[in-house]
Each structure stands twice: as C-alpha cells, then as structure tokens.
Design a protein around this ligand. Structure first.
Ligand code: 5GP
Ligand code: ZN
Length: 111
C-alpha cells in the first residue's frame, strides 16, 4: 500500500530494527514509547481494521497472537504486559495498518 508508513517499514524502505521477523509479521520498538517497553507487532499484509478481516487475514492475526507469547522473555515482557489494538478515530488509531501494541517493562496504570 502506497504511503503507508508500516508497509514502508515492512519493505525496509524506512529503516527500523526488527526484534523479531517471520514470513507474516515483524516486531519493532514504538518510536514514541508509552511505557518503559513498547513494541509494535505489525503484520506484513496491509489492512487497517479488524472489520476488514477475511479468512486469510484472520490467519495472520491468529499467527501474531500465537507468536507474541513465545517472544515474552526475549522482549522482557515475562512479568506481564498489555496488548492493545487501536481501531479507527475514536480508538486513537493513527496508522491505518493493523498493528498490535505490546506495553510492559513496568507496572502499568489503569486506563
Ligand atoms: P496507533 O495510534 O495507530 O494505534 O499506533 C501507531 C503507533 O506507531 C504510535 O504509537 C506511534 O508512536 C508509532 N509510530 C508511528 N510512526 C512510526 C515509525 O516510523 N516507527 C516506529 N517504530 N513507530 C512509529
Ligand atoms: Zn500498510
């Protein structure tokens, strides 16, 4: 997808160190961390919203959620973390390429 910042990161057009990568997803650090540790799990396929999920996209999202727990220790999230997917304007989504926030490294406040 043209002009999508996360597609550009996935394609390597914008450099961003990858803490994990496989054929379906990457994990990078958020550029403006909202917690001591703040990662983004970004599917390599472009779509913005959970409402746009078809079977193939659902498989990718499932893969992300199956992989994230295997990375807990590597990412320093073994003591717990928060998983967030912002959706649309009211959800505070600023990048219209579905991504999963992982926040941790400290005791997070209520929200
Ligand atoms: P959203 O608000 O869409 O749920 O989350 C987008 C996130 O992407 C924000 O937390 C923002 O800090 C992060 N972000 C935006 N541009 C970049 C970038 O170029 N590199 C990285 N690593 N994170 C980015
Ligand atoms: Zn994209």
């Amino acid at each position: 997808m043209e002009n999508c910042i996360f597609c550009k990161i996935v394609a390597g057009e914008i450099p961003s160190p990858r803490l994990y990568e496989d054929d379906k997803m990457i994990v990078i650090r958020d550029i403006e961390p909202k917690a001591k540790l703040h990662y983004l799990c970004i599917p390599k396929t472009h779509f913005a919203l959970l409402t746009e999920m078809d079977e193939a996209r659902a498989e990718i999202v499932k893969h992300c959620f199956q992989t994230i727990p295997t990375l807990q220790e590597t990412l320093g999230l073994q003591d717990g973390y928060r998983v967030i997917i912002n959706q649309g304007e009211n959800g505070g989504q600023t990048v219209p390429h579905l991504h999963i926030h992982l926040l941790g490294g400290e005791k997070l406040g209520d929200f």
